[in-house]
Design a protein around this ligand. Structure first.
Ligand code: HEM
Ligand SMILES: *[C@@H]1O[C@H](CO)[C@@H](O)[C@H](O)[C@H]1NC(C)=O
Ligand SMILES: *[C@@H]1O[C@H](CO)[C@@H](O)[C@H](O)[C@H]1NC(C)=O
Ligand SMILES: *[C@@H]1O[C@H](CO)[C@@H](O)[C@H](O)[C@H]1NC(C)=O
Ligand SMILES: *[C@@H]1O[C@H](CO)[C@@H](O)[C@H](O)[C@H]1NC(C)=O
Length: 328
């Protein structure tokens, strides 16, 4: 026998996902301070750049709708994998990934290898709402991070800002999200901004008519046309509602007044099935907050049925941990 030989152990921490039971106290033993750490980083992000918390809250939608809440959307492209970041709804649009990196770094210092990026998105989205004046709630945790991502998956699923309410009702229905859930979740557009890119057609050529969307109130239309003239840099941004730093029911008041930013927003007031909820939420902020929490929890329960891991870095899958054990 050789006096020395190497035993190479490949330790792969990959769990076969069998619809894990999510629960609020998942990190009670392994990382009790997890939720404080996430909220602390989100507070600092809010101070540094108010919009960033809105941008992070949007991640929950773009993550959970594509193969469940598994942080697939956070994976950077690699030479062999075209991920979701460059997908139609995400490219030049999703932003503030560095806030999630900051949360992950803080969590890795406190409890290395324990808290998934998928759970970070869920906690951070909740914190964004709570920190901007919206409701606060208990989230369910215990998700795993995906081992892969596909640009096509996002392209096939994520709705265009041109969508009408009927298409959105069908899409959300596929996830067992009700019409009320759809309207309440759209109410997250109470914070944040959108690009001229997302509204040019409705300002100048709605449905190929050569005219603006008639549902836009004229004064507001003039304002948007001034913000986004025909040859504008389409990265220029406008507020999604009149109080973009406050999580409140102003978004719904704006829709009632024809002052929705996106077509997918205004259409919720145009269609009768969704209008009743827009009207309710515009008058009753408590009803909005209650429905919002229910919708966020339901969307957060969408699970991946694929194997997963706890990523060390939210942007990349873990490398194989190769432990070389020398024996004499
Ligand atoms: C109902 C279908 C939805 C459509 C069609 C839609 C579409 C959009 C679009 C086009 C933008 C602006 C992006 C840009 O112009 O670059 C946006 C922003 C945003 N969306 Fe949605 N969205 C929908 C639902 C949701 C849901 C369910 C959430 C929450 C979980 C959400 C949260 C946000 C937030 C917070 C922003 C602002 C982001 C920022 O300021 O960076 N959206 N959405
Ligand atoms: C918009 O911003 C992205 C980067 O965020 C850039 O690649 C693109 O060229 C910009 N578009 C314009 C018209 O400036
Ligand atoms: C909604 O949009 C879809 C897809 O663009 C379209 O096929 C449908 O006719 C629209 N529905 C209504 C009622 O306008
Ligand atoms: C929606 O609910 C049905 C019936 O309860 C269930 O079979 C289905 O898996 C659910 N779909 C999703 C995406 O949760
Ligand atoms: C408006 O859209 C239609 C169909 O998408 C297109 O054929 C037409 O050229 C557009 N008109 C203008 C003025 O851009």
């Amino acid at each position: 026998m050789h006096p020395l030989f190497a035993v190479v152990l490949l330790t792969l921490h990959i769990t076969m996902a069998t619809a894990a039971q999510l629960r609020p106290d998942f990190y009670l033993e392994t990382c009790p301070e997890a939720e404080f750490i996430v909220r602390d980083v989100m507070k600092k992000a809010l101070i540094r750049e108010p919009r960033s918390v809105a941008s992070v809250m949007r991640f929950q939608f773009h993550d959970c709708f594509v193969n469940g809440c598994d942080a697939s959307m956070l994976l950077d492209d690699t030479p062999t994998m075209l991920g979701e970041k460059e997908a139609l709804s995400n490219v030049n649009s999703l932003r503030s990934f560095e806030v999630i990196d900051g949360v992950k770094e803080a969590l890795e210092r406190a409890c290395p290898g324990v808290v998934s990026c998928a759970d970070i998105i869920i906690m951070a989205a909740r914190d964004a709402v709570a920190l901007t004046g919206g409701p606060d709630w208990e989230v369910r945790l215990g998700r795993l991070d995906s081992l892969t991502a596909r640009q096509e998956d996002s392209n096939e699923i994520m709705p265009s800002p041109r969508s009408n309410a009927s298409l959105l009702i069908d899409l959300f229905g596929k996830y067992n999200l009700s019409v009320k859930d759809l309207v309440a979740l759209s109410g997250t557009h109470s914070i944040g901004q959108g690009r001229c890119f997302s509204i040019m057609y409705r300002l100048y050529n709605q449905s190929g008519t050569g005219r603006p969307d008639p549902a836009i109130e004229p004064k507001f239309r003039e304002k948007l046309q001034k913000l986004c003239p025909p040859n504008v840099d389409q990265n220029v941004t406008g507020d999604l509602d009149a109080t973009p730093r406050l999580f409140d029911n102003q978004y719904f008041k704006d829709l009632v007044a024809g002052r929705g930013f996106l077509n997918s927003d205004q259409t919720l007031f145009t269609f009768t099935q969704t209008r009743k909820f827009v009207e309710l939420f515009s008058k009753d902020e408590t009803a909005f907050f209650k429905a919002l929490v229910e919708g966020m929890l339901k969307m957060g329960d969408l699970q991946s049925n694929r194997p997963g891991e706890i990523r060390r870095n939210c942007r990349a899958v873990n490398g194989r941990h190769v432990n070389t054990v020398w024996e004499s």
